[in-house]
Write a protein that binds this ligand. Structure first.
Ligand code: 4AD
Ligand code: MG
Length: 461
């Protein structure tokens, strides 16, 4: 079968030739002597019009083809200079590969995104989700390409782990114990030594700690895999299962980390604009007007920089606008992040040097001993898209912080070892992959950029 992508990309090769295509019917209408099928074959954003005539033996059958059916068409590709589409196929033969019933849930009208979430198995067939998931695939490829071109080693970090990287306690437990009748310790608590791994385990919230062990061997590494968080946040930007990209760089500090993050985002923007023009035009017209201009501007200008302390000073002046009032020490909420990036900077901005109390144990303590060398990258429309930091590389300071927070030395012995045997200055960050897809497509809900979203209360298919 010739693909619609080949036809559109290499049209001279196929015009006025006999070809065969296969695809799914988007619409079917007929008048007495002829009919039109609109076909989408999944390889390209555009559809192809098929003209069939009553000279064909199965004409009556063809007029009854329902939307959603799969067909194979043999015919000649002819130019149609006066029509919207540059060409169509004059069919000689059409065979029905798989019929469809009249109750097909995707009829030729605009369906709401909410409705589409109830049919996650069929929504990839629509224009919106064709565009979303092809762009998602391209972004993943572009991210790999960016890091591989710079000789970063791709590390596969485990999904089942015994540690809690972020220390937020938002983990899904993994157990084979019968929790209705679990083995008990003398004090009544569950005896996890009888569990599969001989201890309590969970799905990973981040591959960073494992990633750091490889950075202390390869220098520059990245992870790219699923992460899990049992956050009870029912928002448009939180999922229970999401993908994260976590580079880690040795002999590097927070500045190097931000330079890497900024060049990665710009690279990915340029890649997608170049390689998915049809999809990006669709988003630009139907999802987020002005998206392309904005992304081009972001790719060609510097990101903003502000310290947490400066950001608080700015935000405090606008406390009347916020549901949650800010003051030094509070964590920034989405409303504050969006205000900073949308109203104050009007572009992506790095917020740095957060109070140590609101950040994870592994971040490097600054000289003021109150803040840590952290950075969050905020973007308009979403807020935080990247969270990163320079890591505490002093054995003594890390141990002291772990003790303060009550982290057990036996669980993090490997992590302390990295500070004992040839410790280096090092830094890294985590890019939330779905938030990146949202940013590049203009889609407003994380549920619509995940093929099969898992959020509070929802785990279908
Ligand atoms: O800021 P976070 O929690 O950072 C880490 O996990 C670090 N270990 C990263 C590192 O330094 N290697 O998460 C990183 C990013 C966030 O900025 C956000 O984009 C995304 O992951 N993220 C989520 N995306 C979707 N749903 C959720 N529940 C998310 N939680 C975090
Ligand atoms: Mg964060």
């Amino acid at each position: 079968l010739t693909t619609v992508r080949e036809i559109f990309r290499d049209r001279e090769k196929y015009l006025n030739k006999e070809i065969q295509v296969g695809g799914w019917v988007r619409s079917n209408r007929d008048s007495k002597a002829f009919g039109f099928l609109v076909l989408h074959d999944g390889t390209f954003f555009e559809t192809l019009q098929i003209v069939y005539h009553d000279t064909m033996a199965n004409f009556q059958e063809l007029t009854k083809i329902n939307v959603g059916a799969a067909v194979i068409v043999k015919g000649t590709l002819v130019p149609t200079p006066e029509a919207k589409q540059p060409f169509e196929i004059q069919a000689e033969e059409i065979s029905i590969e798989g019929a469809s019933t009249p109750d097909y849930p995707l009829q030729k009208k605009r369906h709401s995104l909410e409705y589409m979430r109830t049919i996650t198995h069929l929504r990839p067939r629509t224009n919106t989700f064709q565009a979303v998931f092809r762009v998602r695939s391209l972004i993943a490829y572009a991210i790999h390409k960016f890091f591989q071109e710079r000789d970063f080693v791709y590390v596969h970090t485990p999904l089942i782990t015994g540690s809690d990287c972020e220390g937020a306690g938002e983990m899904f437990q993994v157990t084979t114990l019968d929790l209705n009748n679990p083995p008990k310790n003398p004090d009544g608590s569950i005896d996890y030594s009888k569990d599969f791994f001989g201890k309590e385990t969970n799905l990973t919230v981040s591959g960073q700690l494992n990633g750091e062990t490889f950075a202390q061997a390869f220098r520059n590494i990245y992870t790219f895999g699923p992460t899990f968080r049992a956050e009870n946040s029912n928002t448009t930007r939180h999922a229970a299962e999401f993908w994260m990209i976590e580079p880690e760089i040795a002999f590097a500090d927070l500045k190097d980390d931000m330079i890497l993050a900024e060049s990665m985002l710009k690279y990915v923007i340029n890649y997608v604009l170049e390689h998915a023009p049809e999809e990006m035009n669709f988003f630009n017209s139907f999802v987020d007007k002005g998206l392309i201009e904005r992304l081009k501007h972001v790719a060609n200008s510097d990101f903003g920089h502000v310290t947490y302390t400066e950001a608080i000073e700015i935000l405090e002046k606008h406390n009347d606008k916020f549901e949650y009032k800010v003051s030094w020490g509070v964590d920034l909420q989405t409303e504050h992040e969006r205000y900073l990036t949308e109203e104050v900077f009007k572009k992506p901005v790095f917020v740095t040097d957060y109070p140590k109390e609101i950040k994870a144990f592994y971040m490097k303590l600054n000289d003021d001993e109150k803040t840590v060398a952290a950075m969050d990258c905020l973007v308009p429309g979403i807020g935080e898209i990247i969270g990163g930091s320079q890591r505490e590389d002093s054995y003594e300071k890390l141990l002291a912080r772990m003790n303060e927070l009550g982290l057990k030395e036996e669980d993090y012995g490997f992590y302390l070892d990295l500070r004992k045997y040839g410790s280096t200055r090092h830094a890294g960050f985590g890019l939330g992959f779905e938030r990146c897809v949202m940013y590049l497509t203009g889609m407003g809900n994380i549920r619509d950029v995940l093929p099969f979203p898992r959020t509070v209360g929802t785990c279908e298919l």
